[in-house]
Design a binder for this molecule. Structure first.
Ligand SMILES: [Zn+2]
Length: 193
């Protein structure tokens, strides 16, 4: 199992060639592949969190880093000047990688969970000013966003970020990965079907 496999998403054949390339407005040039086995065409970003993003990836990563460091939804929206809806979309895209990375982890070794997010998020919630209460829809949006954020925390804390006591990325320590994933790599992983 290869996290960055470019095998055909339809038949899993490795007989794929770059057929052409296309330029995105903000996220560079990507190849279009052709599968010689089943004759379909697919883009490099097919079924990845990167597919169809309209905001530069570097900016999205900055915002999500702030979120995984415990920054609340309202505060992050204000500081970066982005909509909550966009942030929730980006968090959702990455949190959907959880099944793929869980499978990947299980294929190698039993993965123990390291989540330190809860405490931070509780704190952020208590610090929310009353003036920021925009009604129940926002509260519900934040609630559901927090669940997705916990999935995101799970990904980041296990596969990307060095653990604060062991100083090693947990997935590396457990022998699941040789080196930790970068944020850009996270955006390039295909979802598990
Ligand atoms: Zn194919």
């Amino acid at each position: 199992m290869d996290l960055f496999s470019q095998n055909c998403p339809c038949c899993d054949s490795a007989k794929v060639d770059v057929r052409t390339r296309y330029v995105t407005q903000h996220n560079g040039t990507h190849p279009i592949y052709h599968c010689r086995s089943c004759d379909i065409y697919f883009s490099e970003t097919f079924a990845t969190p990167m597919a169809g993003l309209r905001t530069p990836l570097s900016r999205i990563i900055e915002v999500l880093k702030a979120r995984t460091e415990g920054q609340g939804l309202n505060a992050t929206a204000r500081i970066f000047g982005v909509s909550k809806k966009s942030m929730i979309d980006w968090e959702w895209r990455l949190s959907k990688l959880k099944p793929a990375l869980t499978l990947y982890g299980l294929c190698h070794q039993f993965l123990s969970l390291v989540i330190e997010g809860d405490e931070l998020y509780t704190k952020v919630h208590h610090n929310t000013a009353a003036s920021e209460s925009e009604g129940w829809s926002i509260v519900l949006m934040e609630r559901s966003s927090r669940l997705r954020t916990l999935d995101l925390q799970w990904l980041v804390h296990n596969f990307v970020r060095v653990h604060f006591t062991t100083k090693v990325i947990p997935a590396v320590k457990l022998g699941i990965l040789e080196v930790g994933l970068s944020w850009i790599e996270l955006f390039s992983i295909r979802y598990a079907f």
